[in-house]
Design a protein around this ligand. Structure first.
Ligand code: GDP
Length: 368
């Protein structure tokens, strides 16, 4: 009779099919005396935390669990995709617990931007989204900028309580925690453990703090409204900015259109000649055309001139869906989740923004 194989590290059932799911182990590793899942293997051998994908249901259980703790919640968002990475329900679940809001990937924004202004923008936006964080700060986990500041804020704000790090996948939570371990962990192999999150099939990584409390890394939930789900790996590299974004400024008359590769389209429909600043990955090509020609261009050149998507992935790209915005105030951003945004410098304009069905497009007060 066959029995389920368990991971020697965390006890999860071993599986060899889906490397993004919990318990994955490459088949070649099954012959070893001690079998661990890849996540535990990487953790113990490389001190590296790997993400696992999570069902919405498990994630809800985690959120519910947080409200019952007495803890400091550290919420990490991706400043490049603020709303997309927000975790809308969180404020209803945290109960009385304090939330420290951390904007990651600040290295992607132009160096000229004023960090105080950005922090104030985050405070205001958080409030509009129903959350009142005790503090707001910025960091770049990849560049190791601001990590010490975050660590000392955590230490100040937690007041002897446990700490839970939350955020949706891809905000840079693992990178952040790995930086913290490097900076403060000491002998990490002994330090990091995993523990079971009540009510779910998930194990959390926890790092003991000096007073017997711990810092917990909660699993992230997938942000379904991002462009990332509609492109292949190679194309994802093109649309994900890696370095400081060089904004592209376009002076447009009404009835002009911009294509961002073939993934999004921006039409200036009505209004006086204005300037539009695009904050997108530097590797993503922008094509400008007359609005009357845009449909035809898209039909004939998607996957070739208008790329990504490529010749192959264009067939699975959902059709573009239009959202209309009346821009009344000066300096608003039209945001394409996971791709970037266009800052509109002008008043009383009508614009139309197109993104693949399922990708959210929103308007906000300009972040910069
Ligand atoms: P997690 O899913 O939240 O754990 O995110 P990861 O730590 O795996 O990071 C997701 C992606 O974002 C990776 O490609 C990272 O290299 C990248 N990333 C993480 N932190 C930063 C950052 O501070 N700046 C930039 N530009 N990229 C980052």
């Amino acid at each position: 009779e066959e029995r389920d194989l368990m991971c020697a590290g965390c006890g999860v059932t071993i599986q060899t099919e889906d490397k993004n799911k919990l318990g994955f182990t490459p088949p070649s590793a099954l012959d070893k005396d001690i079998v661990t899942c890849q996540r535990c293997f990487r953790l113990t051998h490389y001190n590296e935390i790997q993400d696992v994908s999570l069902t919405d249901d498990d994630f809800l259980k985690i959120l519910h669990g947080l409200g019952e703790k007495n803890a400091l919640i550290v919420k990490v968002v991706d400043i490049f995709d603020f709303t997309g990475s927000w975790l809308p329900g969180l404020h209803r679940f945290v109960g009385k617990n304090d939330v420290l809001l951390v904007g990651n990937k600040v290295d992607l924004l132009p160096k000229s931007i004023n960090h105080n202004r950005l922090v104030n923008w985050m405070k205001k936006s958080a409030k509009e989204l129903g959350l009142k964080p005790v503090d707001v700060t910025l960091m770049s986990a990849v560049k190791n900028q601001g990590i010490e500041e975050v660590a000392s804020l955590i230490d100040k704000l937690r007041k002897g309580r446990d700490v839970y790090i939350v955020g949706c996948t891809n905000v840079g939570k693992s990178t952040f925690i790995n930086q913290m371990i490097k900076a403060f962990g000491g002998d990490t192999e002994q330090l990091i453990t995993t523990s079971h999150f009540p009510g779910t099939t998930l194990d959390m990584i926890d790092i003991p703090l000096d007073d017997g409390k711990a810092l917990y890394d909660t699993p992230g939930i997938i942000n379904h409204h991002q462009m990332a789900h509609f492109v292949d790996k190679q194309e994802l590299k093109i649309i994900t900015p890696k370095k400081e974004i060089k904004p592209m400024v376009f002076q447009l008359n009404e009835e002009q259109t911009l294509f961002f590769g073939g993934l999004s389209r921006f039409d200036f429909v009505e209004g006086e000649r204005s300037s539009f600043t695009c904050y997108l990955s530097n590797d993503l090509q922008i094509h400008r055309t007359k609005r009357e020609k845009a449909d035809e261009l898209y039909k004939n050149h998607l996957g070739s001139m208008l790329t990504p998507p490529g010749e192959l992935s264009k067939d699975t790209l959902p059709p573009l869906v239009k959202t209309t915005f009346q821009v009344r105030e000066e300096k608003m951003d039209i945001v394409f989740s996971g791709l970037g945004w266009v800052t509109v410098h002008g008043q009383n304009l009508k614009v139309e923004a197109y993104a693949p069905k399922g990708v959210s497009v929103t308007i906000r007060e300009s972040i910069i």
